[in-house]
Design a binder for this molecule. Sequence first.
Ligand code: XBP
Ligand code: MG
Length: 257
Amino acid sequence: MLEALIFDVDGTLADTERQGHRVAFNLAFAEAGLDWVWDEGLYGELLAVTGGKERMRYFIERFLPEPPIGTDDLGNFIDEMQARKTRHYTALVASGGIPARPGVIRLLKEARAAGLRLAIATTTTPENVDALLAASFGADAPGWFEVIGAGDIVPKKKPAPDIYRYVLAALNLPAEVCLAFEDSENGLRSSHQAGIDTVVSVNDYTAGQDFGGALLVVDHLGEPHQPPTCLTARPWEDFNLVDIDALNRLHALAKAH
Ligand code: XBP
Ligand code: MG
């Protein structure tokens, strides 16, 4: 039987990238007097790289004719820009402008009622996680998660499996009794390499990505009045919501094969 559910944050718990992180990056760039503007199309390309600091370095190296500062100081420059961006992002989120995705709060409450342990495995910063949970899930939401594995706590970010391995170790559980929830190919590669069966709920930045190996791919986790659409090659069996019963049955099916 399942013992723990491990959730990615950005794109999974809430659709935070297009109108959240991307806007915060642009506010930070303008505040720093830079003429960089990450429009929605360019940001979709930059999302190939997880981690805001790593994404800025990729942008500088790949899209700028020359770095904004000497390479010796680039690390400090990026760190300072990330701090600016995080201030903007946490303020944006605190305004309540980024709601939980359909079915997420419902499933989290069901899981807690069923005695399942909850954890987070994310590339973003702990500060961003706390701000999103408090603003869009409830003031007590950070306390729902026994482990919050976030950002630089591991040496390599997704798609490396480090963050999911960190969370499994902190839970002291084997991958076999856990499920992961992701939104992107990078995220699925991370959880899959860590040996964790994974449910993918796509969003408009990730819908066309390769989710081979996922336990289930849906458009969202579903609400009673808003059933999910199954995007997995395997037909959606007799489930009409991604709930604890469906997850236990899918997990048992996966273990049986
Ligand atoms: C998504 C990310 C994050 C955000 C930006 O994380 O790659 O880096 O895009 O947040 P996940 P930071 O899907 O693993 O939650 O600037 O704080 O990195
Ligand atoms: Mg994600």
